[in-house]
Design a protein around this ligand. Structure first.
Ligand SMILES: [Mg+2]
Length: 388
């Protein structure tokens, strides 16, 4: 990611040298598109009996969390990332549906195709959100606002789902803006409106300001972005370290981070939190069956991976992964399962430990350069929808 960023910047600088159109120093047109209650909306679309009813997408069980909640369910205070048991208490009449990520991924792909009619610069954040840089829109739509409206219309016509859009000169403002008129809305922040928009905004809206930072800021009597303007960059750096500079910039609407188109998928994995902590033998049984399913999925996609990774998390939240790249790539589901189970013996957790989570993944697909995968890449699939 970092290399890509460096390269992109390098290219712009060179362009500047030869005098062709460049992005640096020029006002960019960024759109953030966020599907409305995506997983729940897909389920309501596909089953008319669910229309107008509170729908919660998530696995049942003590430890699972809500993946998505329809707007009808949100009225009861249900939201994504909330424990499923809590959701059921708040809204017992809700229809609970198991997530079907195959389906959501397929719809996400359709939406992605719509984006790519308008720009190659698409950066997905999850299955239901993406940044688009439409500074040079491909179909000749003159303004970012019109481009965003067209994209929303195409999504509605082609997928029968609604999306909200934020339009702004940079990513961070576009993301805040897409939340402003949800659901099925659009909000535009023009360059000359940035300051007026930002000043009254609660600091919590600044990306990176979580509960902890918010608390510190409130103690400093900083409630809004406008309040932040009382502090110099040096003062903020003194208080927050390097992040102080970013905070100072964001408070002034400065965010030069480029829209980075994603690379092709580098891994495929499956992980599960068990209803209760289980011993290693049971984890092995889970790995066996999961490996076979994973194999079938990869076969169906024509993907042949060489590296197998297993992840374990103990009941007391210690997490580790073990990885193996056999000389010849696994050739069957049985073989993948055998490697997965073999990897279990390479962990150094205490004997008799119990496990709350396990995962198995395949990466290093044939036709790709060999590359070390970070655990983060392998197991974060963007499957949990963002808050709204
Ligand atoms: Mg969404």
């Amino acid at each position: 990611m970092r290399t890509q960023f460096a390269r992109a910047r390098g290219r712009s600088t060179r362009n500047e040298g030869v005098g062709s159109s460049v992005r640096i120093g020029k006002v960019r047109k960024i759109i953030h598109i966020d599907m409305d209650a995506f997983y729940a909306s897909v389920e309501q679309r596909d089953d008319p009996a669910l229309k107008g009813r509170p729908v919660v997408v998530g696995w049942p069980g003590e430890r699972s969390v809500v993946c998505a909640a329809s707007y009808e369910a949100r009225k009861f205070g249900v939201h994504s990332a909330m424990p499923a048991t809590r959701a059921r208490r708040l809204c017992p009449q809700a229809v609970f549906i198991h997530p079907n990520f195959e389906k959501y991924r397929a719809v996400s792909r359709e939406i992605r195709d719509i984006f790519e009619r308008h720009t190659p610069l698409v950066e997905p954040l999850s299955l239901d959100e993406a940044y688009l840089d439409v500074t040079q829109e491909l179909t000749g739509i003159p303004t970012a606002t019109e481009a965003a409206e067209r994209i929303r219309r195409e999504i509605r016509d082609e997928t029968h789902l609604t999306a909200s859009a934020g339009v702004a000169p940079n990513k961070f403002l576009a993301k805040i803006a897409s939340d402003w008129r949800k659901p099925d809305g659009i909000f535009v922040i023009k360059p000359h409106q940035v300051e007026r928009f930002l000043m009254p905004l609660p600091v919590r809206k600044i990306p990176g300001v979580g509960k902890a930072t918010e608390k510190v800021l409130l103690e400093m009597n900083i409630e809004t972005v406008g309040d932040l303007h009382r502090f110099t960059q040096e003062e903020l750096v003194q208080r927050f370290g390097k992040w102080g500079t970013r905070l100072w910039e964001l408070a002034r609407g400065i965010d030069e981070s480029p829209v980075e188109p994603s690379r092709p998928r580098k891994s495929w994995s499956s992980e599960s939190t068990f209803p209760k902590d289980i011993p290693l033998e049971e984890v092995a049984a889970w790995i066996e069956s999961e490996a076979r399913q994973l194999w079938d999925t990869l076969q169906a996609k024509g993907m042949n991976g060489r590296t197998v990774t297993v992840k374990l998390r103990t009941g007391d939240f210690k997490t580790a992964t073990r990885q193996l790249t056999p000389e010849t790539q696994p050739a069957s589901g049985e073989e993948l399962a055998r490697i997965g189970v073999e990897l279990l013996s390479r962990f150094s957790f205490s004997e008799g430990a119990k496990y709350r989570l396990a995962g198995i993944g395949v990466s290093n697909f044939v036709g790709e350069e060999e590359e070390e995968e970070e655990e983060k890449d392998l197991f974060s699939r963007g499957d949990a929808e963002n808050a709204e």
